[in-house]
Design a protein around this ligand. Structure first.
Ligand code: ZN
Length: 500
């Protein structure tokens, strides 16, 4: 049932093309989940309706709901467990294949846990790439049901790959760890492909869109990449994948692929274009960025995860100069470990500043743009979300301007990007429905969610100890392979933010 019409009055609406410092005070009228009017027309439109929910935003900053354009819901239970592990080693601890297969209700719980954190931090749309432990409709149904109940908007792309991990990371072959079935064996994806093909054409809930999620070009056989291109074309779907997250992936590209390029490999299958959204794009060459931008492709920068998993700094300004669309994400819960776009925006803006010339302006605006309309474009939703304008979906966040972060209010965008932690998020609206009110979820019981998560944690901690014990025997070799890949010569360095 659609929410009743709503008038949000007297808020300062932060439009990316408007006054970013002292945004104009405006009213917003919402009906049938859409923004109908912004400004003087809003109150007039509201007068003509019988039942209108009224929200006084007199001391609020109104922004479009933030878009977390790269995220995985499968490891929300593992937050806070790891530190200082490079990507390839971290996967030995965090991958769902390490743990016993959860029941659908637990899959629902872990999905809800992440959705709750997103909403409370002002994220109204999330692009989720969950790893699936089984090609099973019940698993997908549990994820969809959790998103439905939470009230968040989601672009769902179950992650799929079929090559053995040992083939995807340089210098892993021949290591004692490589004989472990978890690393030595690829996955037969026949049933996964059938499952995904059955789902992508369906309408599961109004706020859910399907997409295709090959895990990474190096993790997929040619057959799987061909299938990806065909299914995406047939259903008009966006393709989400990881590209050049770690230095080791640039090394693998040079060792394994004829042109030494993972981007070239994607292009061979027709996967390079506006329909492609890659996460990370850290260890990409200047020539590849030019090609990427010219193709109109999208990159999702995950600055916090890139630092925590020791991957370095994405060349964000080079992407922008090449014409690529830039979005922002938070990535895994065990590799960040927060679903907080304010942290992501701040890290992005700081990087942007370091890459730009001294005295230049625009770092905060670039971060805000990436977290809103940049994300919308990367999710193929540029005409639906990411702006507070008539015709767009009513996905809005009201932020308390009474917080000390905004006193005095010199620049809304700079204080939002550099000063907001998330505690200022007061009200969150998705599709015209209030899902967070006075910083509390209206759709689910937070206390119940926390109790269930703690109960599961007790069981999981036994499993994570077992995983740690097993990895003790592998870690030295895996880290040695990581160091060997680091010594392989590459013509640029993404561990440095600015080079002399
Ligand atoms: Zn990821």
């Amino acid at each position: 049932m659609p929410a009743s019409p709503m008038l949000i009055s007297r808020g300062r609406v932060l439009d990316v093309d408007g006054d970013l410092d002292r945004p104009a005070v405006s009213d917003i009228f919402i009906e049938n989940g859409h923004i109908v009017a912004v400004g003087a027309d809003a109150a007039k439109a509201a007068v003509q309706r019988a039942e209108v929910t009224k929200i006084d935003a007199g001391d609020k900053l109104v922004i479009p709901g933030l878009i977390n354009a790269h995220y995985h819901s499968h490891d929300t239970m593992l937050r806070g467990l790891f530190e200082q592990l490079p990507l390839d080693a971290w996967m030995l601890y965090s991958g769902p294949g390490n743990y016993s297969r959860p029941s659908p209700s637990r899959i629902g719980l872990r999905t809800m846990l992440g959705a709750a954190e997103c909403l409370l931090n002002g994220i109204t749309t999330v692009q989720d790439m969950p790893a699936m432990s089984q090609a099973d409709h019940d698993q997908i149904n549990a994820i969809v049901a959790a998103y439905e109940q939470s009230g968040i908007r989601v672009v769902l792309a179950p992650q799929i790959s079929d090559r053995a991990p040992v083939e995807c990371v340089p210098y892993w072959r021949g290591l004692p760890a490589a004989s472990d079935p978890l690393l030595a064996n690829g996955v037969n994806v026949r049933d996964y492909k059938t499952l995904i093909e059955e789902r992508v054409g369906s309408v599961d809930m109004a706020r859910l869109s399907w997409a295709i999620g090959p895990s990474g070009p190096q993790r997929c056989t040619d057959d799987l990449l061909s299938w990806t291109a065909a299914v995406a074309r047939r259903h008009g779907l966006q393709i989400f994948t990881h590209l050049y997250e770690a230095r080791s992936q640039a090394v693998l590209a040079r060792q394994l692929y004829p042109q030494g390029s993972l981007l070239d490999h994607l292009a061979k299958f027709g996967l390079l274009g506006p329909h492609l959204t890659v996460a990370h794009g850290v260890w990409i060459s200047r020539q590849e960025i030019e090609r990427f931008g010219a193709a109109g492709a999208n990159v999702v920068c995950n600055p916090i995860s890139n630092l925590k998993l020791l991957n370095g700094f994405a060349p964000v300004v080079e992407y922008a100069k090449a014409g690529a669309n830039i979005a922002l994400g938070c990535d895994n819960c065990s590799g960040n470990d927060a679903q907080n776009m304010f942290q992501a925006m701040k890290a992005f803006a700081l990087m942007w500043g370091m890459y730009s010339g001294a005295g230049e302006e625009g770092a905060a605006r670039s971060a805000y743009k990436a977290a809103t309309i940049g994300g919308a474009r990367a999710l193929k939703k540029a005409d639906e979300i990411g702006l507070v304008r008539p015709g767009y979906r009513a996905d809005l966040v009201l932020i308390n301007l009474t917080d000390t972060a905004y006193r005095p209010l010199n620049s809304a965008v700079k204080q939002l990007v550099f000063g907001e932690s998330g505690k200022g998020v007061d009200t969150v609206i998705v599709d015209g429905r209030v899902v967070v009110e006075k910083s509390r979820l209206t759709t689910i019981s937070e206390a119940e969610l926390h109790r269930s998560a703690e109960a599961w944690r007790a069981e999981l901690s036994v499993e994570s100890m077992r995983v740690s014990k097993r990895n003790e025997g592998f870690l030295r070799d895996i880290l040695a392979a990581y160091e060997e890949a680091n010594r392989y010569p590459i013509e640029f360095d993404r561990f440095l933010l600015r080079q002399q």
